[in-house]
Design a protein around this ligand. Structure first.
Ligand code: GLN
Ligand code: ZN
Length: 767
């Protein structure tokens, strides 16, 4: 029978209860039992919410104390040796040590533990998972029983459940070699018996269906991996449970026949990102017998209300072929969207009608299931009518469509995406104007966000502090930061960003076409959440956004003050985008708004402007085939934002965590006068890409790892600078930290920057 299910539900809680409980536990303010109780209550509540919304088959195993990949690593017994202690077994503290590298201490401060597992982005989402570390000699065993306990918990509550497991190939694909390099596929034969054991245990608990996540199937896979899929699932054939193999975040494309032919009992497709693959699958001879097809028709990655007619049309197409072998679901886990739209009482009705968060999406899935079954009740009819009304109202709403913005985007000429002179000429004009020393020193933008600064901002937001007092407090802070930089002897100063809560939200709040939620939190990693802004309409900038702050900072110093903006690609990457226009267009609209800001800064006498593109590399498409198109529009958006200025105005950009090898051409095409990047932890290795490409413009490779409170010594930074000077000409080098300092405290920041300036001065003397 056609049923409704979800692939996973947000675990963090409507009010971020899990975040708070975790952080209390880490500060030793609550016991493990209390933490466990919170987790149990959240799971129960999430199952109840989904069931009440009409979801018939509920996910178990989507809950994680820190990260679902980390839980899986524990489950298959792949805990790296540094976290294993002879005398005590594995517990929650082992799990947290793997995630955070810190141990809980009675005093509440974090003691030193083993280095945490590396964290990286989960496919092209903003969620981070902990990268499994496997060794060539790796053994696996069933080492963690959380899934079975949670299944029992859900069954005891009377739910019909579907445990969720990360599939063996995706797990291996996402892992890295802990020691020397080896072929990860060689571990498959050792890993599969653990899956068998898990299936047997689940069957013993009365489980019928198991969801096995294999999102790696939407990637470009080497042939050995495709072959490994066949052999692995062949080996998993003998089992006592049915398998629903789930794929998401994109279409299967060249892996479609492979996925369709695997010996499993059901397959899930993401139709939001790959509508075309439905017909391909329905006509595939490999998809035969009595396999179930689960269709992800409700968007699990974005916040828009589902167009029910469109989804129903897709379901109807499938039903004609499959009859009851059709299931209905969101496209992927709902982990990536906020929990409950009902919490957003501050939104106006028109905007609210366009949105759906996790709970509302469950209701959409349930309704679509009923409609797909052929139910013709008043309720179904009403929902369909309402959906139609919303879609058509939205498509013409004046809140969204602004003719002047569309005209401006269409009128973008190539010349607008190009500085008026080449770099070699610009840099001379900049040299004359700025008169900076060799190896100029600067920072990336933010200074420590003390609790006082945060308190002041939130008091102002909540109306407890009036505008004049807020302005005074922020100006005081800027004054302090400027005076400090003068004292230390930095060459290019910044205002310190005390007025910014978040580098995207700050701008989104001031742009038209953007919507900010109050409770729209989404888990980023561990207990950390982000609240992405929502782009709902054409973007305009009603007024300058940063000019007053930067001009004030400049008035306090004769040294150049660097204006600080978030770039168009990063604004887009860290927001929920529209789906009625393509991302390229949204990036261009953002770029035009930022271009106006850049020009206003220049007119206000700011000679250096940094446009941060921290997320530039992050949203590179999953398939290599799509890279060039993305890089083209992303580079163009940056150039539109940055090219409205005179030759003598210096444009900086900043990128963190970036691996530049494959995109160095695009980085060069951005044509920023200066790029600052994170390099200190890689010992300048990242610079190799710039060397090999003969990158022509200026570079500030970070010499100070801001992710750690440790103060780097002068000698260390001298050594890094010398390394950099071997790779690149010293005339093109800048000296700066890896990233912004907002998460650091003042004492270590002061000490580190004093050392950094010293290091630059001593290298200037020798080179
Ligand atoms: N200018 C920002 C800051 O210093 C850059 C942050 C980032 O790259 N993530 O905080
Ligand atoms: Zn950064």
């Amino acid at each position: 029978m056609t049923i409704s299910h979800t692939l996973g539900f947000p675990r963090i809680g409507r009010d971020r209860e899990l975040k708070r409980a975790l952080e209390r536990y880490w500060r030793a303010e609550c016991s493990e039992d209390e933490l466990r109780e919170t987790g149990k209550a959240l799971r129960a509540s999430h199952w109840r919410i989904q069931a009440q919304a009409g979801i018939e088959l509920l996910p178990v195993g989507d809950f994680a104390w820190y990260d679902q990949v980390l839980t899986h690593t524990l489950m298959v017994g792949a805990v790296p040796p540094r976290f294993r202690h002879a005398d005590d077994g594995l517990g929650l503290d082992t799990l947290f040590a793997m995630g955070r590298g810190l141990v809980r201490t009675e005093c509440g401060c974090a003691g030193d533990g083993a280095q945490a597992q590396e964290m990286t982005k989960w496919f092209d989402t903003n969620y981070h998972y902990l990268v499994p570390e496997l060794e060539a000699e790796q053994r696996f065993h069933l080492g963690w029983h959380q899934l079975f306990e949670e299944v029992e918990e859900a069954i005891a509550l009377g739910h019909r459940v579907k445990p969720v497991l990360l599939g063996p190939l995706t797990y291996l694909w996402l892992s890295k070699c802990g020691g020397r390099e080896f072929d990860k596929l060689a571990l498959l034969d050792r890993l599969l018996p653990v899956y068998h054991e898990i299936f047997t245990r689940l069957a013993g608990l009365g489980v019928d269906w198991v969801q096995i996540d294999e999102p790696a199937l939407v990637l470009d896979l080497p042939d050995e991996w495709r072959q490994a899929y066949r052999s692995a699932y062949h080996m998993l054939r003998q089992r006592d449970v049915k398998l629903l193999l789930t794929t998401y975040f994109g279409p299967l494309e060249d892996n479609l026949e492979l996925a369709a032919g695997l010996p499993v009992d059901g397959l899930h497709l993401d139709l939001v990102r790959g509508d075309g693959q439905l017909d391909q699958l329905l006509s595939s001879a490999a998809f035969d017998g009595d396999k179930v097809l689960s269709l992800g028709v409700v968007d699990g990655r974005n916040v828009w209300r589902c167009d029910l007619d469109r989804a129903l049309e897709q379901l109807a197409r499938a039903r004609r072929v499959l009859n009851d072998r059709l299931w209905v679901a969101p496209s992927c886990s709902l982990l990536h969207v906020p929990v409950d739209l009902e919490r957003e009482t501050g939104l106006d009705d028109e905007l609210r009608q366009w949105l759906a968060f996790a709970i509302q999406k469950c209701a959409e899935v349930a309704l679509l299931t009923r409609a797909a079954r052929g139910e013709e009740s008043d309720e179904v009819e009403l929902a369909l009518r309402e959906s139609r009304a919303v879609q058509s109202a939205r498509s013409v709403s004046r809140r969204i469509h602004r003719a002047e913005v569309k005209a401006r985007v269409e009128g973008i000429r190539d010349a607008q995406a190009q500085r008026s002179a080449p770099f070699a000429q610009r840099i001379e004009a900049q040299r004359r104007k700025l008169a900076l020393p060799k190896l100029p020193t600067t920072t990336i933008g933010s200074f420590p966000q003390t609790s006082e600064v945060r308190r002041t901002r939130s008091a102002y937001r909540q109306g407890r502090l009036d505008e004049a007092d807020y302005l005074r407090a922020m100006r005081d802070e800027i004054g302090k930061v400027v005076a400090f930089q003068e004292r230390v002897g930095l060459d290019v100063l910044v205002h310190g960003e005390p007025e910014r809560n978040d580098m995207v939200e700050y701008f989104a709040e001031q742009l038209e076409g953007y919507l900010i939620t109050r409770f729209g939190w989404v888990q980023s990693y561990g207990s950390r959440c982000v609240k992405p802004a929502i782009i709902y309409g054409d973007i305009t900038r009603p007024a300058p956004m940063t000019v007053d702050w930067i001009s004030y900072a400049q008035s306090l110093s004769k040294k150049p003050m660097k204006g600080m903006l978030t770039g168009p690609v990063t604004m887009l990457a860290w927001s929920f985008p529209r789906e009625d226009v393509c991302r390229e267009t949204q990036a261009q609209q953002l770029a035009l708004a930022l271009r106006d800001e850049v020009c206003d800064l220049e007119a206000a006498g700011i000679d250096i402007i940094q446009i941060d593109e921290a997320a530039f590399r992050e949203i590179l498409p999953l398939r290599r085939r799509d890279w060039q198109h993305y890089l083209d529009w992303a580079v163009k958006a940056f150039r539109i934002a940055s090219s409205g200025v005179k030759d003598s105005t210096q444009i900086h950009t900043h990128m963190c965590y970036s691996e530049f090898n494959q995109i160095i051409e695009a980085i060069a095409a951005m044509d920023a006068d200066v790029i600052t990047i994170e390099t200190s932890r890689s010992q300048m290795e990242l610079l190799r890409a710039f060397e090999a490409f003969e990158y022509p413009n200026q570079i500030g490779p970070g010499v100070y790892d801001i992710h750690s409170p440790r103060v780097p010594s002068v000698a260390e930074m001298v050594e890094l600078l010398e390394k950099a000077a071997v790779v690149l000409p010293v005339e093109r080098l800048w000296v700066n930290p890896d990233c912004g300092l907002k998460t650091r405290g003042w004492p270590e920041t002061e000490a580190a920057l004093v050392n950094m300036v010293d290091a630059a001065r001593s290298v200037r003397r020798i080179l």
